[in-house]
Design a protein around this ligand. Sequence first.
Ligand code: ARG
Length: 581
Amino acid sequence: MKSPQQHLEERVLAAAGALLPPEAFAAATVKPCADPRHGDFQANVAMIAGKALGRPPRDVAAELAAALGEDAVAAAPQIAGPGFLNFTLKESYLDRAVAQARAEGRLGLDPVPAAAARRVVIDYGGPNIAKEMHVGHLRTHVLGAALARIHRFLGHHVVTDNHLGDWGTQFGKILSGYKEALAKDPAGTAAAMAEHPIGFLEELYQAFTEQAKTDPALDEAARRELAALQRGDAENLALWRQFVAATRAELDKIYARLDISFDETLGESAYNERLEPMVAELLSKGIARESEGATVVFFDGDAQLEDKPFLIRKSDGAFLYSTTDLATAQFRAERGVDAMIYVTDGRQQLHFQQVFATVRRWGILPECALEHAWFGAILGEDKKPLKTREGRPIKLRELLDEAESRALALITEKRPELPEARRREIARVVGLGALKYADLGQNRNLDYVFNWSKLLSFDGHTAPYLQNAYVRIRSIFRKGEVRPPAPETPVTLAEPAERALAKKLLALGETLRLAAAENRPHFLCIYLYELATAFHAFYEACPVLKAEEPARTSRLALCDLTAQALALGLELLGIGVLEEM
Ligand code: ARG
C-alpha cells in the first residue's frame, strides 16, 4: 500500500503538473509537518513554483488548493504562512490504513517495483587476516549489516562483500617471522598454530616488527617473502592459506554471535591476477602516469584532489590497498552494479575519494552510485579511543562477552526466579542488542562515548527500552488471554493518542527509504524510539483490555501492529526481540 506521504506527493505533483510548467516545481516535496497543530503533511510546491514563475506563492497555493480539494485520504489542504499547503489525514483513512497494513503484512510496505530495484554492493567488515578483531571493528559490521537488511527489505538486490585484508605487506613479515619460528621450534610452532593461531601470528608479527627496528635486513627479507607470495610461490601460498583459514574460523565465531553473514568474502587476494593488467590499462589510457619509478593517478583539474596523487604501484613493483580497491571496482562493474556502499572508518575518506575519482575518470561505472558511508570513533569516558584499563585495544570478543555478562547481572537482579538458561538467553539478546543499538543510534559521522550503564538502561534511547516496549505489548495479549485480532479486522480509532500512534506507524516506510538513501540507520533508531513513546502515550490514555467493544478490538489491533513495527525495525537493525525480559 502507498504511505499517506507518497499518496499526497503523487496527488500534489499531478495537480501541479496540470496547472504549471514542469520545470517550475521540479524540487517540490511533501514532508511531515514539523508542528502537528498545522496538519500532518506540508507541501512546498507553491513556494517553489511562485519563485520560479515570479508569482505570489499564496496565489499559486490557492489555485492548487482549489484543484486538489479533498479526497479519501486527506481533507482539502489549508494554505499557511508564505504559501504552504497543509494536509490533515482523515480519521476514516487512518482506520482503513491501519487495518490494511495488518491485512497485507510487512506493515503494508511493498518492495520497490522490479524495474526500480537496484543492484547494491555493500562492502563492510573487511578485517585484516592474522589479527584479532578489536572494538574498532564493531561499527563497520553493525552498520553494514543493518544497511544491508534495510536495502534488502526495500526490495533491492543486495550483495554483501567482506573485503578481507588478506594480501597486504603484513604477510611478508608474518611469513618471515613464521619461518624463523618454525626453524627454531617446529613442535612448539605447530602446537601454537593449533591452539591459538591468531594470537600466535599476532605475536610473531609484533616481535618481527620490533626486531626489524634494529635490523633493517629483516625488512628486506619480509619484502622478498611478500613478493614470493604475490608471485604464487607454492610454500608461501600454502602457509598463507593456513593463516587465512585459521583467521576465518575465528571470524566466523564472532559473526555467528553478531548474527552477521556475507554473501561473498572475496578479500584483496581475489584480485591479484587483475592488478598487473589493470595498472597497464590505466597507464595506457592516461589515467595513471609513471612518477619517480612508481605509478600514480593525478587528478588534474579536480579542485579537491589536485594536490593528492593516488599511488597505485610502488617503485619496487608492489601493489597497494589502492590497487586492489580499483580492481575490486572493475570486477563489480563487470558483474553489473548500480550502487556500491563502502562502510569504513572516517580516516579512509581520502582513500575512497581517490578510488571514486579514479573510477569516474576510467569510465567503467558511469551510472553507478559510489558512496562512502564512513563513521567516527568509539571513545572512552576520557574522550580518547576506547582502551582497556591497561591501555591496550579491547578485543571485540571481550566486548561481546562483557555485554552479555553485564546484561546477565541486570536480568538476574530483575528476574531471579527464571531458570539460568533462560536468563542467559535473555541476556544475550539484550546485551548484544544494547551494544549494537549504542552504535546504530548515533549519527554515524560522529564519535561517541561508550558507556555501559547508559547503553544497557531500560529507559531512554536504548535497545532494552525498545525491547521492553515490545515485551509490554506482548504481555497485554498474555494477560488478557487473547490473540491478536484476525488480520482483516476493521479498526476504529477515535482518541487522539490512538490516531497519533497510527500516524507514526504509517511513517515507517518513509523512515526506511530515508535511512537507505543516506545510509543512516540512526533514522530508524530515532523512529523506533518515537514509536515506543507514542505507544506509551496511547497506553496511558486508552485502556485496552478494559475497553468496550468495538474499541477493545481496534486497540488490540493497534497494539499488534505496533509490536510488528518494533520487531521489524529491530530485526532490520540486527537486534532481537523477546517475549519476556
Ligand atoms: N581492510 C580494511 C581495513 O581494515 C577495510 C576494507 C574496506 N573495504 C574496502 N573495499 N576497502 O581498514
